[in-house]
Design a protein around this ligand. Structure first.
Ligand code: B4P
Length: 190
């Protein structure tokens, strides 16, 4: 199995690059951001609870997203591998993911981290905000999301580095250039 964590700050292009990877490597795409937005859209209790947190640029509590991911892994027993997009975002989430995969006799293969400077991220997300309708795509909230990332999510890279699974790639450039960099990391494994 190829189990990839696609990592990076808000707006780094995780969702964008996932689309190519899923197609070429036949992985099941698990994006916690997409799952949460679908819950918000459907007006579920979870969606109502998560919306306020997401709109403030904060992270949804670990136990909520861990349970969501656990359900999605169980719902895909035939998967040839997973791409985790936007998860794990905290060290407890990373530990829980290791345990979930170990219970299925598998593990994370590698983490690819997309490196993009903060000002470029703000400009991408403010631009997306012109059409996305996302309440968290405005400069003030993006800066808060970046702060959450720096404080709570960056340690996740150290967690995978300690397992020799971290690969950083330059996330600035054309979509094809960046995808080429990701493929060259994945070519070590497939
Ligand atoms: P997410 O949905 O995960 O999203 P994201 O950080 O907005 O972005 P992504 O990196 O996927 O960027 P994209 O490809 O879209 O999270 C949203 C919120 O959900 C979080 O703030 C949090 O509240 C909650 N949440 C999600 N997961 C959680 C978890 N595990 N724990 C707790 N809370 C969680 O690209 C962004 C833009 O850049 C697009 O407009 C794209 O077109 C553009 N772009 C992409 N690549 C480009 C390039 N190379 N050049 C120029 N523009 C580019």
């Amino acid at each position: 199995m190829l189990n990839l964590v696609l990592f990076g700050p808000p707006g780094a292009g995780k969702g964008t690059q996932s689309e190519h990877i899923i197609e070429d490597y036949k992985l099941v795409h698990l994006s916690t951001g997409n799952i949460l937005r679908a819950e918000v859209e459907a007006g579920t209790e979870l969606g109502k609870y998560a919306k306020q947190i997401m709109d403030e640029g904060k992270l949804v509590p670990d136990e909520v997203v861990i349970q969501m991911i656990s359900n999605k892994i169980d719902a895909n027993p035939q998967a040839q591998g997973f791409i985790f997009d936007g998860f794990p975002r905290t060290t407890p989430q990373a530990q829980a993911l290791d345990e979930l995969l170990s219970n299925k006799s598998t593990a994370i293969t590698c983490m690819v981290s997309l490196d993009v400077p903060e000002d470029e991220l703000v400009s991408r997300l403010v631009k997306r905000g012109e059409t996305s309708g996302r309440a968290d795509d405005n400069e003030g909230t993006v800066r808060k999301r970046f702060k959450e990332y720096t404080e709570k999510t960056l340690p996740v890279a150290t967690y995978y580095q300690a397992q020799n699974k971290l690969f950083s790639v330059d996330g600035v450039g054309s979509l094809d250039e960046i995808y080429g960099r990701i493929k060259s990391v994945l070519s070590r494994y497939v």
